[in-house]
Design a protein around this ligand. Structure first.
Ligand code: G6P
Length: 614
């Protein structure tokens, strides 16, 4: 996590850096800082605890002149979030400054070595060790900054995206990447660098995605120059950015999360565009078509993901097993990568990641790849690390997701995975043709059905007021809607800080039932499905213990509605598609509860959107 941004060119650097930090704030927001070489050749570093707005306040009366600078918004790993540990970090002489996203794992050994050479440290961070090492190398080996960065990085174990400024060379930024994302924007007589393209999009659409082990030299009056950390020259591959500025703004909504919830009718149409064809009775996923044989011969599929993406993976298990008849295992990437999992070369591994940068998922892919498995990724951010290291994949195409709590990315993932499950099933002849046709026609109707559900937002907002004192909540679902219950609970705890647990409804009897009192809201996801009658019994068990039931039911439902204290309806659809509808009320409910409680919806405490550290 952490967001980094840099600029060198003909414009004033500070406003570009601050705007860039605001765009990257989703990556971490416990402290922020900026380093600028001003018009008098001084290298100034300004830092503040808190958000980028706090930094702006702290810098208000300072000299922010200069045309070259780097800036950082932090999600603390080493060292508590305070001003001293905030980036940028100076070197001992204060001639160099660095920003860093990632973790230097061997920083203690490096630090001890530097201390023996008389270096002192102001912060507790691993990053300060790296800049001191660069300066030490520059001096003792008498090399220029680029060479010093190369030599220093050869000694580093860990992950980084860094950018370094040198007071004595105010026309150059050196940047490098290993494991953490780094994008370079190329303008006319100017360069930008950032953790993702959002700070760059309004200035240029020409970008270079830096690869692992690469060092970039951005020097005024010269072309971008890339070498490996072992000094092998690389040819920069300039790509056109597929992102628009309006996608990054709130568009009249009070929060990004609400905007993203309301975007879902359009984003899901985008996910299906050119793929689901009702007139031709066809679903076509090019990443699948090009690798059909790999899927057809797979004895099993392993899905690996984290957080909300893992929940999407769990829904995919139900769909792939039902339609393609292939056994599916769903793994938390962080567990999978450190177990000794049995992976065979015929296995297909599906990695799911909104950001395409999650460190654990990336490592899980690398492990599976080393065993010869075929890697198919479902990602949202185009050109991110995970799609680049995968053999094939499918983008969700829901546009940038800024709210830290994932909403439209989740429904985009479920849509992509459902299309994939149905494609495999169809190619194998495992899915009945009438079912295949019904799913195609129902997928096509999902956007308008979601639009219909969104009309209940005001009623849900009103109901959310009853949660003001709530400390705990339980979410229950069965079958395809069990993962939806997990996702609903996650949404609530992430943004409203109410403790919430998701459970398969029938498992309630094995523990959570002990928690039920009239103080305990129980959200039950109960659309018309195969297990409907079973879930009715589960609701009776809750009501018998005075639990407060909030139910998500299919339009026209009477039985559950009568028992529930509050009901939200969703239109009828195919069972495998119900998660795309039932999750919407849960997203809206969590959002309004967080607003009622006065929480920071888009940037919940302690969280970050892109988890690029393990
Ligand atoms: C973080 C985010 C979640 C996300 C998870 C996995 O925890 O806050 O919203 O689901 O990372 O991220 P990914 O980008 O791999 O989907």
């Amino acid at each position: 996590m952490c967001g980094i941004v840099g600029y060198i060119g003909k414009r004033k650097a500070y406003p570009i850096l601050i705007k860039g930090l605001h765009r990257l704030e989703y990556r971490g927001y416990d402290s922020a800082g900026v380093a600028l070489i001003n018009d008098h050749g001084q290298l100034n570093v300004y830092k503040a605890k808190g958000k980028v707005a706090d930094l702006e306040q702290a810098v208000a009366d300072k000299d922010t002149s200069g045309y070259i600078g780097i800036a950082h918004t932090r999600w603390a790993t080493h060292g508590e979030p305070n001003q001293v540990n905030a980036h940028p970090h100076y070197s001992e002489s204060e001639e160099l400054a660095i920003i860093h996203n990632g973790i230097i794992e061997n920083y203690i050994v490096l630090k001890k070595g530097l201390m023996q050479h008389g270096y002192t440290f102001k912060s507790d961070t691993d990053t300060e060790v790296l800049i001191q090492l660069i300066e030490y190398t520059k001096r003792t080996d008498n090399v220029d900054l680029k060479k010093a960065v190369q030599l220093a990085l050869q000694q580093v174990v860990g992950a980084y995206a860094i950018a370094v400024l040198d007071r004595n060379n105010p026309t150059r930024i050196i940047a490098a990447r290993q494991g953490s994302p780094l994008v370079i924007g190329i303008g006319k007589d100017e360069f930008f660098l950032a953790s993702d393209a959002t700070p760059i999009v309004e200035y240029t659409d020409q970008v270079v995605y830096v690869e692992d082990q690469e060092i970039v030299c951005l020097e005024l009056g010269k072309d971008i120059e890339i070498t490996t950390i072992h000094n092998v020259p690389k040819t920069p591959e300039i790509k056109k950015l597929e992102m628009t500025l309006s996608q990054l703004e709130k568009g009249g909504f009070p929060h990004f999360m609400l905007k993203e919830i309301f975007e879902q009718p359009r984003t899901l149409a985008d996910s299906m565009r050119g793929r689901v064809n009702v007139d031709m009775n066809n679903i076509a996923l090019s990443g699948f078509i090009d690798n059909k044989e790999r899927f057809l011969k797979a004895p099993r599929i392993i899905i690996t993901a984290c957080g909300t993406s893992w929940h999407a993976g769990l829904i995919a298990k139900y769909a792939i097993e039902e339609f393609a008849h292939i056994p599916v295992e769903v793994e938390y990437s962080s567990e999978f990568r450190y177990r000794k999992p049995v992976i065979n070369k015929d296995d297909v591994v599906i990695a799911i990641s909104q950001s395409g940068e999650t460190a654990d998922t990336l490592a899980a892919i690398q492990l599976a790849k080393s065993k010869g498995a075929f890697i198919f990724s479902i990602c949202n951010v185009i050109g991110a690390s995970i799609p680049r290291v995968s053999d094939s994949g499918c983008y969700t195409h829901v546009g940038p997701e800024i709210g830290v709590a994932s909403t439209k990315a989740f429904t985009g993932q479920v849509t992509a995975l459902t299309m994939l499950a149905v494609c495999i099933g169809h190619a194998k002849g495992a899915i009945r043709y009438d079912k295949y046709l019904r799913i195609i026609s129902e997928l096509n109707l999902i956007p308008q059905k979601i639009a219909h559900i969104l009309e209940q937002s005001d009623a849900i907002a009103e109901f959310a007021k009853t949660f003001i004192e709530t400390q705990n909540a339980l979410y229950l679902g069965r079958g395809y809607n069990y993962p939806v219950a997990l996702e609903g609970a996650l949404k609530l705890k992430e943004i409203s800080y109410i403790h919430a647990e998701g459970y398969p409804a029938a498992e309630m009897k094995h523990g959570p039932i002990a928690l039920i009192t009239d103080q305990m809201p129980v959200v039950v996801v109960a659309p018309h499905c195969g297990t409907y009658e079973k879930i009715v019994s589960n609701i009776q068990e809750i009501k018998a213990r005075q639990g407060r039931v909030i139910a998500v039911v299919t339009e026209g439902d009477k039985q559950v509605r009568e028992m529930a204290d509050f009901a939200i309806t969703v239109p009828e659809t195919e069972e495998c598609l119900t998660p795309l509808l039932t999750v919407i009320p849960l997203q809206i409910l969590a959002y309004h509860i967080a607003v009622v409680k006065g929480c920071d919806v888009d940037q919940p405490r302690n969280l970050a959107k892109s988890v690029t550290v393990e």
